[in-house]
Design a protein around this ligand. Sequence first.
Ligand code: GDP
Ligand code: IMO
Ligand code: MG
Length: 420
Amino acid sequence: MPNIVVVGTQWGDEGKGKVVDVLSRHCDAVIRFQGGNNAGHTLVVDGIKSIFHLIPSGILRPSCRCVIGPGVVVDPEVLLGEIDKLIEAGRPPEPGQLLVSSQAHVILPYHCDLDRLRERALGGQGIGTTKRGIGPCYEDKVARRGIRLGDLMHRSALQARLQVVLPEKNRMLTEWYGAPAYDLDELVDRMVSFGERLAPYLGDAIELVHGVLERGGSVLFEGAQGTFLDVDHGTYPYVTSSSTVAGGACAGAGVGPTDIDEVIGIVKAYTTRVGAGPFPTEVQGESGERLRRVGQEFGATTGRPRRCGWFDVPLIRRAARLNGLTRLAMTKLDVLSGLPKIPVCVRYERDPTDGSPIPVYTEFEGWSQDITQCTSFEQLPPACVAYIKELQELVGVSIELISVGPGREQTLLRGSFFTT
Ligand code: GDP
Ligand code: IMO
Ligand code: MG
């Protein structure tokens, strides 16, 4: 299989985890390249549901090596919790199967505090972050006052570094927000103990990934969040703090653009968003409630109800450009079954008073059949096939994987390379 970047084309939760699990059957390595445990990627294998926040979604394939790349921000306690859960489930990740880049930045407890306190201070004007410390950690990385996982291996160096960084954090916490300060020695002890447990998994992600590439193996770059949560290209300031677009895979995983063969965009058959920010095709009332209920649209990380709306063609066309999409995988088509008509936003008009975008909808014929048991594209009802083909035409990228349920097996393939 070629080397593939998998990205979300909307505002996250498109079903990236499921698709990465399906594709990882043909991969030698899966690497996460950005974000942190703000992500929640759900896999359903043999009826058992697993949610991963940091560990790549290839982890249920023993032959696939999973890598947390240098561009990821890692909360060591969360990562250790995920490893423990895998051990409890009888699937302990061997150090050879899971490798965590020692260059990845550490989310410290004060990052989570600052994320939470800032959101609280903003009241109703907040971004609606996941409060996992993502933004404050990336800020420190760019400001060159971050701590990297490798630093947790050396107590005296970590102590010296935190001695410089911590006073500013403590002043911010206590004087600006009236929150408690951190004790340097206690924080160092805590971080060093995490480091000791993580030590068997830490290493050089660049060596591993390029080793696979040089041997002719295939690497899958697993994106988190979605295109319109990208810090440059998303609905700023209602975005996350990393580059979620396919280009982010190069910087975050340490490969060049020439190492990547394909970019697969994951797209829901409708649209959802968690947190604040613009969402032009959002639907309120019973229609929105129905999508949320049938699609079980509640955040995999925070449990928050997701905002729901219709498919937005101009949005996905833009995502195709921003990511250089070569193919699309469409998820959650089964959620639309039973709707007599399915509205799709095909373009925007401008509101003459304030210039805001007004979606213009076309209604597609719905289908009544349950499609969750379909095992091939040909078994889908004609109206469902028409929905897929029309959207593919309107977006301009072919839809080659169709997901009709959360299970690994509820996946229909149309293209050639997925099956090789
Ligand atoms: P991710 O963050 O992009 O990996 O997506 P999430 O895991 O946060 O959210 C996707 C949700 O939809 C999860 O609960 C999946 O189990 C579920 N899911 C994925 N594909 C399908 C599908 O085709 N149909 C249905 N009904 N659920 C799906
Ligand atoms: P996956 O990988 C959906 C959203 C948050 C908030 C904004 C900023 O599961 O698709 P942050 O905590 O990153 O500073 O929050 O981004 N957000 C997500 N929404 N899925 C995600 O990840 C998300 N990760 C962050 O809700 O609006
Ligand atoms: Mg998710």
